[in-house]
Design a protein around this ligand. Structure first.
Ligand code: 5GP
Length: 199
């Protein structure tokens, strides 16, 4: 078994900074690819089909489930989201590194499917109060949506100890550089233990 994990799985409550971490890792490591999930939610402004998600009808999504095309899937905020099996299988076969942006249950399912090849990273807000402030300040959600997201955040925070790494995002620069150095060990195959001899 290799200690280098090829599947880097990011999870976090909405608003904790996970998308920024994912973008930073993709920009830093050109050999890294983003696992584009399938979803039934509608496209948001700025999103591109095939780059951010494969936007499917519920009927097409159900067909993918029935045909066994998804590694895992979950229903979140009333929409389905799932990881496409062929993409992951082809990337593994080519020895590539892949970043996943999935919810906590999806992360645990990915670990169950690929136990030797997943690194589970949880990006946590400093507190639920800070998360609420961040969600309110981005003005993209209604009050009801904010409360729904906070309730879900509590459930997600309760799973964080099952992750390999928890990054508490108090200072974004520190969070990004910590995530980068952890992932670099896997991408570049740096020793897991520092050498005792420094020349
Ligand atoms: P959003 O609608 O904000 O893009 O995503 C909502 C939630 O769905 C986020 O927590 C995101 O990580 C999660 N998500 C996105 N793709 C997948 C997927 O393929 N599987 C699972 N389980 N969750 C996903």
């Amino acid at each position: 078994m290799s200690s280098r994990k090829h599947l880097i799985v990011l999870s976090a409550p909405s608003g904790a900074g996970k998308t920024t971490v994912a973008r930073h890792l993709l920009a830093t490591f050109p050999e890294m690819k983003f696992s584009v999930s399938a979803t039934t939610r509608s496209l948001r402004t700025g999103e591109v089909h095939g780059r951010d998600y494969f936007f499917l009808t519920r009927e097409d999504f159900r067909r993918k489930i029935e045909e066994g095309d998804l590694v895992e899937y979950e229903e979140i905020f009333g929409n389905y989201y799932g990881t496409i099996k062929s993409f992951v299988a082809e990337s593994i076969a080519r020895g590539e590194f892949v970043i996943f942006d999935v919810d906590v249950k999806g992360a645990l399912s990915l670990r169950a499917a690929f136990p030797d090849d997943t690194l589970l990273m949880f990006v946590a807000p400093p507190s639920l109060e800070v998360l609420e402030q961040r969600l309110r300040s981005r003005h993209t959600e209604t009050d009801v949506q904010i409360l729904t997201r906070l309730a879900r955040a509590e459930m997600e925070m309760a799973h964080q100890e099952m992750f390999d790494v928890v990054l508490v995002n108090t200072d974004l620069d520190i969070t990004l550089s910590t995530a980068e150095s952890i992932v670099r060990e896997h991408v570049e195959g740096a020793p897991q233990q520092p050498s005792l001899f420094v020349e």
